[in-house]
Design a protein around this ligand. Structure first.
Ligand SMILES: [Zn+2]
Length: 412
């Protein structure tokens, strides 16, 4: 067989693929943090589907969570043995965010519908499309008697939308993934399927509290204006950080580290008081060649100077801190395999990319797994009227089929 024949075989399953996606999306799978019942029922459906499609090795790993009715958060691993000893995982998630404002939906979020080549429904893009595409990519190999080149593990996890405790982290503790494995985490992508994300920036959300002394606005000298000091400190810090951490990395779509003041808390209802307390927050996205601690050290030093000069107290605290994981080299095996498969299906030359947001590939890279983030998506995750393009679902399934088959496609 050649790759063209395998790609065509995947397309023959289009109707079944879309029907399966729609059946899955009908089952709400929202985590307990958002008052949902978890992924239990959706996992049941997928276990049945995988059996029906002919998969033999289907494992279920359940993490205890008393907040959901079943008390369990399911994780599914579907394995197919390859002709080499290398393991390749595709990790997708079953859970979704809630529907949000129901009035904003043109089509009901849990009654998936196909219109003009799009599947509408909550969880269609995020992450249903890739879950189904990876499943049908592997099914095409089974149907055509092709052994995958690597041992393939399709992993459907819970709890991706809220911290990964009962999903990826739980499976890591169980030892499912090992150093030297390869992973695709289709958690991010571009509309034409050309971006393969190999690295993220560090993320730091830092809360700043300035404590001065409150007084009447007609006699400001009797107090210490926390808002004014906060404003001066804010500008001073970002000027300093942008100067010190100014390197560029063209791999990233935003090639510099960004230091942005974002949230500012209200300090009181009236205008005629000198505020004695002011809180605001920074959102920093830092290139991985810089250490978050070094950034923090600059903030602390500047805070010390302000405390001495203005008689205030400045407290800094992390609201979120995610230090960048090691990068997957752009010439790594997983990136090269993906580039080859995408090029064959789409006729384009994909490019490696760094992004400013966190992805679920980071925990894999931290334990020495080459992980790449790739998918072909319209970018409407979490939106009302979320959808996935039918042609992308099919094409991504074709990419998975070629990725799994590797050179074995020629031997079949
Ligand atoms: Zn999401």
């Amino acid at each position: 067989m050649d790759s063209k024949t395998l790609v065509a075989a995947v397309a023959e399953n289009e109707t079944l693929m879309i029907d399966s996606l729609c059946s899955m999306l009908k089952i709400r799978a929202v985590g307990p943090e958002n008052q949902g019942h978890g992924e239990g029922e959706r996992a049941e459906y997928l276990l049945t589907l995988a059996k029906k499609l002919g998969f033999k090795s289907i494992e279920l790993y359940e993490s205890n969570d008393p907040r959901v009715p079943s008390g369990k958060r399911p994780n599914i691993v579907i394995r197919t043995r390859g002709t080499s000893s290398k393991n390749l995982f595709v990790v997708t998630h079953m859970d979704t965010v809630p529907e949000g404002d129901i009035k904003a939906w043109k089509y009901p979020p849990y009654e998936p519908i196909v219109i003009d080549g799009r599947v509408y429904g909550r969880g269609s893009e995020d992450n249903g499309q890739e879950l189904i595409a990876s499943l049908f990519g592997l099914k095409a190999l089974l149907e055509n008697g092709i052994s995958p080149e690597c041992n393939i593990g399709l992993v459907f996890v819970s709890d991706e939308e809220h911290g990964n405790t009962h999903g990826i982290d739980f499976l890591m503790e169980k030892g499912i993934f090992k150093k030297g494995d390869l992973a695709v985490v289709p958690d991010h992508g571009e509309g034409d399927g050309s971006a393969i994300c190999v690295v993220e920036k560090s993320i730091a959300w830092i809360n700043v509290e300035v404590i001065g002394r409150q007084t009447h606005a007609s006699t400001p000298a009797r107090g210490i204006n926390a808002l004014e000091v906060a404003a001066r400190y804010m500008i001073s810090v970002i000027d300093e950080l942008r100067k010190r951490f100014s390197e560029e990395d063209p791999l990233f779509d935003v090639p510099i580290s960004t230091f942005s003041p974002t949230k500012c808390d209200a300090n009181g209802p009236n205008i005629n008081t000198i505020p004695g307390r002011q809180q605001f927050a920074f959102d920093f996205r830092i290139l991985p060649n810089y250490k978050v601690d070094d950034v923090l050290a600059v903030m602390k030093k500047t805070a010390g100077t302000f405390e001495r000069e203005h008689g205030v107290k400045i407290d800094l605290s992390f609201v979120q801190r995610a230090d960048a994981a090691p990068k997957t080299p752009i010439n790594s095996e997983i990136v090269e395999r993906l580039i080859d498969a995408i090029t064959k299906v789409r006729g384009i030359k994909p490019h490696p990319l760094g992004i400013g947001g966190g992805t679920c590939a980071a925990p894999f890279r931290r334990i020495g797994i080459e992980a790449a983030v790739w998918s072909t998506i319209p970018g409407v995750a979490h939106d009302a009227n979320e959808y996935a393009n039918v042609k992308d679902i099919v094409a991504d399934a074709q990419v998975y089929a070629l990725l799994f088959a590797g050179k074995n496609v020629e031997r079949a």
